[in-house]
Design a protein around this ligand. Structure first.
Ligand SMILES: Cc1ncc(COP(=O)(O)O)c(C=O)c1O
Length: 425
């Protein structure tokens, strides 16, 4: 038995007492002030806080234009539409992400084409993008997953060579930098999410950003019923193209504005926590710790651990053994989760080609056949089966004492991992 003794999952003492890890997002009197002022105002739809939030977020991120939305997914759909993707066109996307990084392509009757990931960065393998380009390809969606930017120079070079657009899914990556520049300023347009778990959280919500006026106008048409003017301008109530109702509301925007005043502090805090945790975990056996390539500054949205299944002797039953480790970590009080249990192409919507009925959009006369056999994405599958994420424990106001306990609990489980061999699945 290892130095820490009996695992909590078998009745040993829990390392992290309940209530230690503070929930996200932290709320203070600034949030109360902004939200109450909005509530006491007279416009609760697309009101003054929405207009101010767009300006403040665009200034914070360094974008020319920002449009606030009711979700990150809405902003992603706006990106697809704004990049002139039409029925049957193909859009390249990573094989491992949140579902809507790919379903936003279906929302516009377009066809997702998946590319495997790079194991170290967990992002799309930029060296495999070019092989996936066909005459139908209109755009590439890069996802800065877990807050680590994609190697954008390579992506932009391929996109420029083939005359296609680049959409950044920055939903998890507020403030992450690549070569000193913030994500959301690197491609043609980008989407951010302000959902509960995000580094900038307003319950739900999102932001579309771009520096291109034409792209902004196309996105705005989709955003508000197909109209071309915002609710704060004089509307002509004319529908110029097919539109949705993706606008944000004043209360949510007020909450987002309040959180934005503390975002830089939150991000510094997380970077510091991630550094401390890496030091703590450095010599823990059988863990693959996150890597940060040169000239990348992650925001550490999730701190992702992978288990070295070859060393553990569990390559054949990787996800089952990972699940046992996750249960043991949780029993010690570690706040951890398997972020995705399926790679994207394996999800039923793609396997069954089940979107709009009658096989649409894959059966469109404008589309060409695509193959979603999961075997094409072995790296994404390996990552998917071996990972677990640490989330709020690295975030403000959880401090060095919490990180130390996290390190202790993770070491305890990994040093005694052989105890899990006989644990029922
Ligand atoms: C990578 C990624 N893309 C898109 C989204 C969608 O954002 P929302 O939930 O705001 O629609 C998320 C949200 O979890 C995400 O993590």
């Amino acid at each position: 038995m290892g130095q820490h003794g009996k695992l909590a999952i078998f009745g040993g003492e829990q390392v992290i007492p309940p209530g230690t890890i503070k929930p996200w997002p932290p709320i203070n009197e600034v949030d109360e002030k902004y939200v109450l002022e909005s509530l006491r105002g007279t416009n609760h739809a697309f009101g003054p806080n929405c207009v101010a939030f767009e300006k403040e977020f665009a200034a914070w991120n360094g974008n020319q234009y920002a449009i606030t939305t009711n979700s990150g997914t809405a902003a992603l759909h706006m990106c697809v539409a704004a990049c002139d993707c039409s029925e049957g066109d193909e859009v390249i996307v990573t094989a491992y992400s949140w579902s809507s990084s790919a379903t936003c392509i279906l929302h516009h009757n377009c066809i997702p084409v998946f590319v495997d990931i790079d194991f170290d960065t967990m992002n799309i393998d930029v060296n495999k993008i070019e092989a996936a380009i066909t005459p139908k390809t209109k755009a590439i969606i890069v996802v800065h997953l877990h807050g680590l930017a994609v190697d954008m120079d390579k992506v932009m070079a391929v996109a420029q060579k083939h005359g296609i657009k680049v959409i950044e899914d920055a939903c998890q990556a507020h403030g992450a930098k690549y070569k000193g520049k913030k994500v959301g300023t690197l491609g043609h347009c980008a989407a951010f999410s302000f959902n509960q778990n995000k580094n900038l959280a307003s319950g739900e919500g999102g932001m579309f950003v771009t520096d291109d006026e034409e792209i902004m106008k196309k996105a705005r048409t989709l955003w508000s019923f197909g109209e071309t003017r915002t609710p704060s301008e004089s509307r002509d109530y004319h529908v110029y193209a097919l539109g949705w109702m993706y606008r944000n509301n004043d209360l949510t925007a007020a909450f987002g504005r309040a959180q934005l005043t503390r975002l830089d502090m939150y991000l510094d805090w997380q970077r510091n926590s991630a550094e401390l945790l890496t030091q703590q975990l450095h010599s823990v056996p059988h863990l693959i710790l996150p890597t940060t390539p040169d000239q990348h500054e992650p925001n550490w949205y999730n701190y992702v651990l992978r288990l070295d299944m070859a060393a553990l002797g569990h390559e054949a039953d990787a996800s089952q053994f990972r699940n046992k480790v996750v249960r043991a970590l949780k029993a010690e009080g570690v706040e951890t989760m398997v972020w995705q249990s399926f790679i994207l192409p394996q999800m039923t919507v793609f396997q069954a080609k089940n979107a709009y009925g009658y096989g649409s959009p894959w059966t469109s006369p404008h589309a060409q056949p695509v193959d979603y056999s999961p075997e094409q994405y072995p790296v994404a599958q390996r990552h998917c089966d071996t990972h677990t994420c640490l989330v709020s424990s690295l975030r403000y106001p959880n401090g060095a004492d919490t990180i130390e306990l996290m390190g202790e609990a993770i070491s305890k489980v990994m040093e005694n991992v052989d105890q899990l061999e006989d644990l029922a699945v």
